[in-house]
Design a protein around this ligand. Structure first.
Ligand code: IMP
Length: 208
């Protein structure tokens, strides 16, 4: 059984649609370390969650990177949503000339085992990102646990809120004329940052 580590039911809905019934939600609030990149945050979370669960875990860290705001809110997307909210992010972006943005998702997998080295440059980047995670003093024996990272990106633009589906920033993120909140879970998965990361993971996991 794969444990999808999140307190967000929206993420689980999308992951289950993609990976099927072999996925179960694990409500575990891992420590989100500060980093300008999502990879080290997800890697560190996956190690902590694996140490907690003792079973294979997937940790998914996502963020909205607005071009006109130099990548803000990026890894701080969750904090910004909770504090000022998505409508004020949209207002902030509307004052800029450039409304383009990317949604990024990094999925980190950890099952306590090592991974085969491959010549694939993406794999090398994953290893660098995972190794960049500062284990910190409280990480103990989990510090050396191997983690495999999968990244997905979708590009779009920030618009006034539309649609009642999805979660988080979905109503203000438009891709090909529709906001993510105007799409069904299936439609969103087909183009989204999470869907793309899940597709890469599913392909690799099927061979593992
Ligand atoms: P985290 O990955 O749970 O830390 O989420 C970071 C922030 O991005 C939170 O504010 C989430 O609500 C938001 N978020 C994560 N994934 C999505 C998504 O697929 N669509 C819209 N917002 C998202």
């Amino acid at each position: 059984m794969l444990n999808y580590v999140t307190t967000n039911p929206g993420k689980v809905r999308e992951a289950t649609e993609y990976l099927g019934d072999g996925v179960t939600q694990l409500e575990f609030d891992y420590t989100e370390v500060q980093s300008p990149d999502l990879g080290p945050i997800a890697a560190r979370g996956a190690r902590e969650a694996y140490r907690h669960a003792g079973e294979p875990v997937l940790v998914d860290d996502a963020g909205l990177f607005v071009d006109g705001l130099d990548g803000f809110p990026g890894p701080y997307s969750s904090y910004v949503e909770e504090t000022v909210g998505i409508e004020r992010v949209q207002t902030l972006v509307a004052a800029e000339d450039d409304h383009r943005a990317a949604f990024r998702c990094v999925i980190a997998y950890c099952d306590g085992e090592g991974f085969d080295a491959t010549p694939d440059p993406i794999d090398r980047d994953d290893r660098i990102a995972a190794a960049a995670t500062d284990p910190g003093e409280d990480d103990g024996e989990a510090a050396g646990l191997p983690v495999k990272l999968f990244e997905g990106v979708v590009r779009g633009r920030i618009v006034e809120p539309r649609g009642g589906g999805g979660f988080g920033y979905d109503p203000i993120f438009e891709h090909n004329g529709k906001t993510l909140a105007e799409m069904s879970t299936e439609e969103k998965n087909a183009i989204s940052h999470r869907g793309r990361a899940l597709a890469k993971f599913a392909e690799w996991f099927a061979e593992r």
